[in-house]
Design a protein around this ligand. Structure first.
Ligand SMILES: Cc1cc2nc3c(=O)[nH]c(=O)nc-3n(C[C@H](O)[C@H](O)[C@H](O)COP(=O)(O)OP(=O)(O)OC[C@H]3O[C@@H](n4cnc5c(N)ncnc54)[C@H](O)[C@@H]3O)c2cc1C
Length: 374
């Protein structure tokens, strides 16, 4: 069996699968390793799959772009677009917050965004009585991607063109002169670069205090009429995601933090009650909705709300791609494209251009303390 690669990607959540596919497409020799099944374990298993560009932090904008960073869009963007249901995404928020969203997109991003002074334009005015002082933004080209379809397409592409090893956990990595040894059960593989895309619970050390695990509870609710598009209800700090005509998913807010996902308290706590109270404030009171099931998922978080993308310490051949803070699904195609560009450049000995460096700077893991692998 082949044991030496340009890049080994650890973790086949949406991020690892996207990065591996983009690396394969750029001509690198890649292995993707997953302890379970692709998209079936970590945050990706439970993702809402909402894809939207509007973000309050302008640094995140390049990661939520739907078009190419470097020339044409690649396989990952194409597979995402194929699985996208373009319903639009609605934001119900104060005039001030809507203004901040619009400022963050800048002039070039506003073609797809409609601003309404009231929420009447959404679903025949059904929210009007409940959100009297709120405005409405509709991002017309947003929607939801079928996460299972997208990740399984990515994993199939990697299996066909490179190596995808599932049901095999990476135990540890050892950094040697210019390459990394990856140990997984009986296997020992070598790679010039390793990408740690193992979410909130990976096998490798990360900069101390840089990333932690946080629960993301959600409740599925039967309802008389699900909203016509996903709704981000800003002042209620929740989202409503239509799953069918009479079913929606709503985000809960009772969170638990821990260093690793395996240490999280995954009990439902009082999340269901919390969700019931939140949706009642949007007009889905007990006569219009019924909580069916509440689950607790998780993701990897950072304290500044920005992911960790880049070398785990200067000179290291381990790249981190984690800490996606509950919004990593929509970022996966751009993160994959940017990392593929960077790693192919490094393999070819090409200097990274200033534009690329400035996009990536806010995500550099060295903003936290550095670590040594071994
Ligand atoms: C309920 C919920 C709703 C969400 N809704 C949205 C949304 O609407 N829009 C959006 O943009 N984002 C959303 N997110 C966030 C988004 O889903 C995550 O940010 C994204 O899925 C993170 O992907 P990932 O690949 O980094 O991590 P993960 O999906 O956690 O993948 C990590 C992978 O690494 C593997 N792994 C771990 N350790 C090892 C090891 N030792 N060896 C090999 N493999 C290993 C795991 O098994 C796992 O498959 C949501 C998240 C949740 C939980």
């Amino acid at each position: 069996m082949k044991t030496s690669f340009d890049v080994i990607v650890i973790g086949a959540g949406v991020m690892g699968a996207s990065i591996a596919a983009a690396l394969v497409e750029s001509g690198l020799d890649v292995a993707l390793m997953e302890k379970g099944i692709g998209g079936g374990q970590g945050a990706t298993r439970d993702t809402g799959g909402i894809v939207r560009g509007l973000e309050l932090d302008p640094a995140l904008r390049p990661l939520t772009r739907r078009d190419a960073h470097h020339g044409r869009t690649g396989i990952v963007h194409a597979l995402f677009e194929r699985s996208l249901k373009q319903t639009g995404v609605a934001y119900i928020a104060s005039a001030e917050v809507c203004g901040l969203y619009l400022d963050a997109v800048g002039i070039e991003g506003t073609q797809n965004v409609e601003l309404h002074a009231s929420v009447k334009a959404l679903d025949n005015g059904r929210f009007s009585a409940f959100c009297k002082d709120e405005c409405l933004l509709i991002e017309r080209n947003g929607g939801t991607v079928d996460a299972r379809a997208a990740v399984s397409d990515l994993c199939r592409y990697i299996s066909e063109k490179a190596i995808f090893l599932d049901h095999l956990a990476v135990d540890r990595c050892v950094e040697l002169e210019g390459y990394v040894q990856v140990h997984a059960g009986k296997l020992r593989l070598d790679a010039t670069w390793v990408v740690d895309a193992s979410g909130a619970d990976g096998p490798l050390p990360r900069p101390h205090g840089a990333v932690h695990a946080r629960t993301i509870p959600f409740t599925r609710m039967g309802c008389d009429h699900a909203p016509s598009m996903p709704i981000i209800a800003h002042s209620l700090n929740t989202y409503l995601l239509p799953l069918g005509r009479n079913l929606m998913q709503v985000g809960g807010q009772r969170r638990h933090h821990a260093e690793h996902a395996s240490q999280l308290n995954l009990s439902v706590m009082d999340n269901e009650q919390d969700v019931i109270e939140r949706v009642a404030r949007l007009g889905f009171g007990p006569q219009h909705s019924l909580a069916v099931v509440t689950q607790v998922a998780w993701d990897a978080y950072t304290d500044d709300g920005r992911p960790l993308i880049g070398r785990s310490s200067s000179g290291s051949h381990v790249y981190l791609a984690t800490g996606f803070c509950g919004i990593g699904f929509k970022m996966a195609p751009s993160v994959a494209e940017l990392l593929a560009f960077e790693l192919s450049g490094l393999m070819a000995g090409v200097q990274l251009d200033a534009d690329h460096r400035s996009i990536m700077k806010p995500f550099c893991p060295s903003r936290f303390t550095e670590v040594a692998l071994s």
